[in-house]
Design a protein around this ligand. Structure first.
Ligand SMILES: Nc1ncnc2c1ncn2[C@@H]1O[C@H](COP(=O)(O)OP(=O)(O)OP(=O)(O)O)[C@@H](O)[C@H]1O
Ligand SMILES: [Mg+2]
Length: 364
């Protein structure tokens, strides 16, 4: 066979669609380096999403494709991840140490926002991203319990607070601002919003790719103000499949629209009930709600999480399913949602100001 040309390799790459990104490496500008020497091809791809769980699949696919259409005997593929900062609403400032904020909301309470938020954060971390979590539920903070992140957050300088660390992610909650998790704090509306904002702005986030904000239930003033004042890259809406929950989810959709926050997609929680004894699946809350909403409002359905006793037990114990049962099918579903969320974020316009290299002037 004749010498392998870059054009040939490029056309092979053009024919391949990268999972989750739904684009080929050439059109997506993902090729960082390509070198060919005789029968050796070295290819480096850089993706804007975390790649731990998918790099092997992409390498394997491309290796097979390249070997099928060229005379290459050795193909070395390296896939890395570089998560960039993406744009958010106008007239808000970026958070120090945070590239992308993802807000998780719902119109209705108790649909599993917090459960989804913690598992989503842990799944993104497992995929290789640096992740933080903010519990914006000032009245009923649940992160300290769900993440096992108990205790009071420390402040070294009396101004900023250091997030707690648990299961590899940084987190902060109003529950970490008092000596005991369950000391009730009474807030009036405007005070609650400003306390929340202060907590978010004053936290020492350490170089986060994603900060997940678990919003309080509903679409009232607190939610609205928070979404106006925090730089949100995109929102995830959680709903259960029945009609009544979907009406509320729709309200959440409208609320995000109103404050110019783009909606990354919806997650249907408690889709079917999986019996822990026999594994039988039953659609207790009906079926197809998430799909209907996704079609009607043209927002992606990011995944469907089953109603399963293990999911509740795991968050109650501070060891969410993604860490306590890493190889279970439910964890696979959370990982799938995390990849879809990351892919949606990567499609948003980039925040050029935040991605500029820092200019350092040195006197020599
Ligand atoms: N997929 C699931 N399977 C089983 N139990 C679940 C599932 N999702 C959530 N739960 C349970 O349902 C209850 C409500 O969930 P969660 O607290 O996450 O909802 P929420 O929307 O954050 O509620 P709130 O509106 O009060 O903030 C919790 O006890 C949780 O453990
Ligand atoms: Mg909650």
């Amino acid at each position: 066979m004749s010498e392998i040309s870059k054009d040939l390799v490029n056309s092979i790459l053009s024919s391949y669609t990268v999972p989750y990104l739904e684009i080929d490496p050439i059109s997506g500008n993902l090729v960082k380096d390509l070198s060919i020497s005789e029968n050796l091809i070295k290819l480096e791809l850089e993706l804007g999403i975390p790649v731990e769980g998918i790099q092997h699949v992409i390498s394997k696919d491309l290796n097979a494709l390249i070997k099928q259409y060229t005379s290459a005997t050795d193909v070395i593929i390296n896939i890395s991840s570089k998560i960039r900062a993406h744009a958010f609403q106008k007239n808000v400032n970026a958070l120090k140490g945070v590239k992308n904020v993802i807000a998780v909301g719902s119109g209705k309470g108790g649909v599993g926002k917090s459960t989804l938020s913690v598992n989503l954060a842990l799944a993104l971390h497992k995929e290789g991203a640096k992740v933080g979590m903010m519990d914006a539920d000032i009245y009923g903070p649940s992160l300290p319990t769900m993440l096992g992140a108990h205790g009071k957050a420390e402040s070294k300088d009396g101004k900023t607070v250091d997030p707690l660390q648990s299961h590899g992610i940084q987190s902060i909650s109003m529950g970490n601002m008092t000596d005991s998790d369950d000391t009730p704090v009474i807030w009036r509306g405007p005070m609650a919003t400003s306390a929340m904002q202060q907590l978010i702005n004053d936290a020492n986030w350490d170089n986060l790719d994603y900060l997940i904000i678990d919003l309080p239930p509903g679409t009232g003033d607190i939610q609205l103000t928070l979404c106006q004042k925090i730089p949100v890259t995109g929102a995830v809406i959680v709903t259960t499949p029945q009609d009544i929950a979907l009406i509320d989810a729709n309200k959440a959709l409208k609320m995000f629209e109103q404050v110019s926050v783009s909606v990354l997609g919806i997650v249907e929680n408690m889709s079917t009930h999986v019996c822990s004894n026999c594994g039988h699946e039953e659609a207790i809350f009906g079926t197809g709600g998430g799909e209907t909403m996704s079609e009607r409002y043209d927002v992606p359905l990011l995944g469907q999480i089953p109603l399963a006793a293990q999911v509740r037990e795991a968050v109650d114990n501070g060891e969410p399913t993604v860490v306590s049962d890493p190889n279970s099918p439910i964890t696979a579903t959370f990982l799938e949602v995390a990849r879809q969320v990351a892919a949606q974020v990567s499609r948003k316009p980039k925040n050029l100001a935040l991605n500029m290299p820092k200019i350092v002037i040195e006197n020599k």
